[in-house]
Design a protein around this ligand. Structure first.
Ligand code: ADP
Ligand code: AMP
Length: 214
């Protein structure tokens, strides 16, 4: 099963992608997590990506597409994957389609997690991220057992620099300009599925399970 997650930053794509990956035993591939891991490890890619991410801008397609195409060609992706945060532009979506076409393959579902802008700032200012294992929490809606410590790996959690309100506004406008057109793109391909992302996490996941089948 090959799935992409669409939705505004903070809509809950990562939260749901992790659950999908666990239930269907497929890799969860988050381009944001890949960039953050590169930043943490001080790689060249990380240095380049950081300069865009800190401003709330998208990392250029040239730095993003090959990375994902290489990743989905790895062996653990043979039975599918859930892509979270990619594609984010029409050229990225076209490049993904081309890469899949060359393998006689295509995506199965594009799940759009719909959350209005007014809920997003609250979601993102309360988000706490684990930069070691990629887990995500919320100080109100998804608390850790010990405050500030990742339940999964015990690392310290952070408020991401790009989750501060001034950067979130920019990210939202970038989302509307560059990423939202993908909803139309995948609607035309007949694979879009909408879920109401304002519901609680469990209800959103149940809606996704209804779409994907048990
Ligand atoms: P995205 O991957 O789309 O940027 P996340 O999955 O990281 O979004 O979710 C953003 C924040 O909102 C996180 O702190 C997460 O715990 C919280 N969150 C996710 N889904 C819900 C939900 N349905 N209700 C309330 N909070 C949520
Ligand atoms: P995310 O973790 O998905 O919220 O992504 C964090 C940041 O990483 C984004 O604001 C972008 O700067 C960058 N990023 C992640 N995925 C992509 C992508 N597919 N294309 C361009 N930039 C991306």
């Amino acid at each position: 099963m090959k799935i992409i997650m669409l939705g505004a930053p903070g809509a809950g794509k990562g939260t749901q992608a992790q659950r999908i990956a666990a239930k269907w035993n497929i890799p969860h591939i988050s381009t944001g997590d890949i960039f953050r891991a590169n930043i943490k490890n001080g790689t060249e890619l990380g240095k380049k990506a950081k300069s865009y991410m800190d401003q709330g801008l998208l990392v250029p397609d040239e730095l993003t597409v090959d990375l994902v195409v290489d990743r989905i060609n790895q062996e653990d992706c043979a039975n599918g994957y859930v892509l979270d945060g990619f594609p984010r532009t029409i050229p990225q979506a076209e490049a993904l389609d081309e890469a899949l076409k060359s393998l006689n393959d295509s995506l199965d579902y594009a799940i759009n997690v719909e959350v209005p802008d007014e809920n997003i700032i609250n979601r993102m200012s309360g988000r706490r991220a684990c930069l070691s294992c990629g887990a995500t929490y919320h100080i109100v809606y998804n608390k850790t057992k010990t405050e500030g410590i990742c339940d999964k790996c015990g690392s310290e959690l952070v408020l991401r620099d790009d989750d501060k309100p001034e950067t979130v506004q920019k990210r939202l406008s970038v989302y509307h300009d560059q990423t939202q057109p993908l909803i139309d793109y995948y609607t035309k391909k007949g694979i879009i599925k909408e879920v109401d992302g304002t519901l609680d996490m469990e209800a959103v996941f149940n809606a996704i399970v209804d779409i994907l089948g048990e």
